[in-house]
Ligand binder design. Structure first.
Ligand code: HEC
Length: 172
């Protein structure tokens, strides 16, 4: 590969990594409307939450396995790599396991405020890296007693975190 094209590739990769919330670029969707992006987020949210709760219940019998949050994060990396969407599991409280899961940008901070205030869905259309994207955050409450096996300081019915999704929108 010529020097110039290596440089172009590196610069493109760097700008994507720097400017896109989450990790890499998504390229699977074309011309999504905001309404369509919202339905996709709701579908993903149902799938991920059903699976996370199901998997957490399983911990009662299989102590010592990988926490569902860690597996969820691996799934999000894979979905991002495959170009479907980017997603993050973030904390909405002062007690958290991994500092990596603290809200990072303005959208995530505002989402935490809204969800802590009782919102069930927080959304915005933003331009990130020159591209229009749909961003949405949904609550991750302490849904079952098993969560407290590890999140020992959490209170019943407390909001523990949020799932934050980013999908590309039609650029028109
Ligand atoms: C087996 C222990 C364990 C159980 C059970 C567990 N978690 Fe976690 N949770 C973790 C660990 C460890 C992390 C940090 C993972 C990472 O970022 O790699 C985490 C991270 C989180 C985060 C991100 C914020 C933070 O603390 O870093 C949220 C939100 C969360 N878990 C919610 C839940 C919910 C809701 C439940 C119950 C459905 C639950 N967890 C059950 C261990 C657990």
């Amino acid at each position: 590969m010529a020097k110039a094209s290596i440089l172009t590739v590196l610069m493109t990769a760097a700008s994507i990594l720097w400017l896109t919330p989450g990790a890499a670029a998504f390229d699977k969707w074309e011309n999504l409307s905001k309404e369509e992006a919202k339905i996709i987020v709701q579908l993903l949210d149902d799938v991920y939450k059903f699976w996370i709760v199901f998997d957490t219940r399983d911990h009662v019998e299989n102590m010592g396995r990988i926490p569902s949050a860690t597996i969820a994060k691996e799934v999000f990396v894979e979905m991002d790599k495959k170009g479907w969407h980017s997603a993050r599991l973030i904390t909405t409280s002062k007690n958290f396991f991994n500092p990596e899961n603290r809200p990072k940008d303005d959208f995530e901070m505002k989402a935490v405020e809204a969800l802590n205030g009782g919102s069930a869905f927080y959304e915005a259309v933003e331009v990130v890296g020159g591209k229009k994207v749909f961003r949405a955050a949904t609550p991750v409450p302490l849904v079952m007693k098993e969560c407290k096996m590890c999140h020992v300081t959490a209170k019943d019915d407390q909001l523990l975190g949020a799932l934050v999704y980013t999908l590309p929108l039609s650029q028109q």
